[in-house]
Ligand binder design. Structure first.
Ligand code: AMP
Length: 355
């Protein structure tokens, strides 16, 4: 568990002049836009230069850029950033660029509970958490000799589905596997993919009630993955595999989606179970998280992954989603994060939502 004394840092902060900061990538436009809507100043951490494309999006542009040579250098500038009363909003690229170890040591107030990384980045621990919450995950195949149905082979630490592959037999697996890398073999679940974007507040009771705090569903998306999502334009996967053309799972964008309304109770039950289990395991997840699911033809959810911070799939909803519209008009996940920080400042509860 990390031990950064947030209260010591916050004691020296000017709470009226907090600055919402993140790395200029991933969901930063939405985070800055949401923070501005809630009246915060914003700071964008960027490599080498101010990112020119922000000029084209004035309402998503940070008020100030903080230029570093290398993302790993952020650790060297924490004193300077503290003087600016910075609160860091981590996103997937932030954690990836900095590296999990350095992110855990980053001596700056960070939205969410950083301890979740330990449970999220280790596939065995992630399974312990999700299955321990009563969720169904795709079966794991421990020995490739027992591949009887289609499987997806995932390399550990591979970002954006890079080099993942499908195998239907042991022979196919043997042909494609890179044994120098560690991997997991999962049942390939046939169904439709839904990436569910939740927001859990441990300090507010105005949504779906949990033992402590409450849960919102802000939006959902489906990832657009190249080449798997378009490969059928050329021929069937089996046909193409024969020619040595293998589909890949590299995320290139996100598509908005809504779910059958009758599945919403299950969506909330799953979110609740994950939050309550996290409390027992590591002191609790905070704020945004995403369950990555496949729904089978029996309308069962199989959850293949959890992402414990804002996901890029929330980006189609800068101006709100069909779900967040029924909470408050114009509510993005970025804005909801800013609201949580604002509420925590007002109630003197910042230490409850930061780590
Ligand atoms: P992941 O890195 O685990 O998010 O997986 C990358 C992509 O692979 C997902 O977005 C899905 O399209 C696909 N995928 C992952 N796990 C499974 C599974 N068990 N069954 C079917 N598709 C999967």
């Amino acid at each position: 568990m990390i031990k950064i004394n947030i209260n010591d840092i916050l004691a020296n902060y000017d709470k009226k002049n907090l600055r919402i900061a993140t790395v200029c990538s991933h969901s930063s436009l939405q985070i800055f836009n949401g923070a501005k809507k809630e009246g915060f100043k914003t700071l964008g951490i960027s490599i080498g230069e101010k990112k020119k494309f922000y000029d084209a999006f004035p309402l998503g542009k940070p008020d100030e850029f903080f230029i570093v040579n290398n993302y790993k250098d952020i650790l060297k500038y924490t004193e300077e950033l503290k003087e600016k009363n910075v609160i860091v909003i981590p996103h997937g690229s932030f954690v990836e660029y900095l590296g999990a170890e350095k992110f855990l040591k980053l001596n700056l107030p960070t939205f969410g509970n950083r301890n979740v990384l330990i449970w999220e980045s280790d596939r065995n621990k992630e399974r312990e958490w999700l299955e321990g919450s009563g969720l169904t995950m795709p079966a794991e195949i421990k020995d490739p000799h027992f591949i009887e149905h289609p499987v997806i082979v995932k390399y550990h630490g591979a970002k954006g589905g890079k080099d993942f592959f499908i195998a239907k037999t042991y022979e196919e697996f043997k042909k494609r596997i890179n044994k120098r890398k560690s991997f997991t073999i999962q049942e390939f679940v046939l169904g439709t993919r839904y990436y569910l974007h939740y927001f859990y507040s441990p300090i507010q009771d105005n949504a779906y009630k949990l033992s402590k705090g409450s849960l919102q569903l802000l939006s959902m998306d489906r990832r657009d993955e190249t080449t798997i999502d378009e490969v059928q334009r050329l021929g069937s996967i089996a046909e193409l595999e024969e020619l040595g053309i293998h589909p890949t799972f590299v995320v290139t964008g996100n598509i908005p989606i809504v779910i059958r309304e009758s599945l919403l109770p299950k969506v909330f039950e799953m979110g609740k179970a994950v939050v309550e289990k996290s409390d027992k395991l590591f002191g609790g997840i905070i704020g945004s998280f995403c369950l990555e699911t496949v729904i089978t033809e029996d309308l069962e959810f199989k959850v293949f992954e959890i992402s414990a911070r804002i996901v890029a799939g929330t980006n189609p909803y800068v101006a709100g989603s069909p779900y967040s519209e029924m909470i408050q008009p114009d509510l993005s996940t970025g804005r909801r994060i800013a609201q949580e920080i604002k509420y925590a400042v007002k109630k003197n509860l910042l230490h409850e939502v930061l780590s």
